[in-house]
Design a protein around this ligand. Sequence first.
Ligand SMILES: [Zn+2]
Length: 313
Amino acid sequence: MRTCKNKGKESTLLLRAGKRCHSSHCKERKEMSFHTDQPITIHTYTSGEQGLFVNAYLIETPGGVVTVDGTLTRSDSRAFRSLYETLEKPLLAVLVTHAHPDHVAGITELVQGKDVPIVALASVKRLMEQTEQAKHAQWGPVYQDEWIRTWTYPNRLLKDRETITFDGITYRAYDLGPGGDCDANAIWIAETDPKVAFVGDLIFHGMHSYVADDHLLGWLANLERARIFLQDVETIYLGHGEHGSLELLDAQRDYLLTYCAAVKELAQGEAKLTEAAKQALVTRMQQYAPEAPLTFMIALGADAVAAELARRK
Ligand SMILES: [Zn+2]
């Protein structure tokens, strides 16, 4: 396996895929454990700050490209599509991690004019349907021309642990339910050698987390559930931030607990924080993560977390 950094926003990782061989001539797993040696390259597209630094991925195999998610803004989604087009291969599928606009909005630009499987959990599709109009109303005026006003929906639904295969690579969907930064969350594991995972917004790395959708306790629980699924995964690709390994789970847990503790103290049992308390929360979290961008996320999630804590008094 080889990891290299391209200039700019892309990084690539070379893997192998194929059927595991159990016959007696397989002495050395690294060289002999696969019947086929199909190279896979993973390209990461990272959006700018306006696009919340969201990542979308291109998984390139000899016969085509599978993408994971689709970015937020019109500019980023067009740039993501351009990156895909440089590969000059058919688009085999789009895998969706969760229903937030920074992951699904750009799918419209990506698949325009193409008949492509868009694969998701039924819960993720349902949440897109339930929230699309509210998201347009909330964020359309903020983003104006950069806002994508029509979402394109999943057309192939998988259940928990179900697999789907494109160009010889098997992808398994894990249904986490609520808890991650959204009410419905999938992680995808590509059963390559070594395995790689795309966990969406279960983990943020190097920036503040979006905690405004409730279910913080579910999120903490899911971090520990995911640790089991991810134990033989070598690289974990994130919705926001640099990819890494299992210790990213610890960092996300610590962030959420720190945030939760600060909200509990500042809310004093109420379901909302005062403006002064929100400011104090921002100060505390900036002290905890001084370099982290997306600081507006800190106050944005404060009341949701205070309300969840108040319900559990
Ligand atoms: Zn996101």
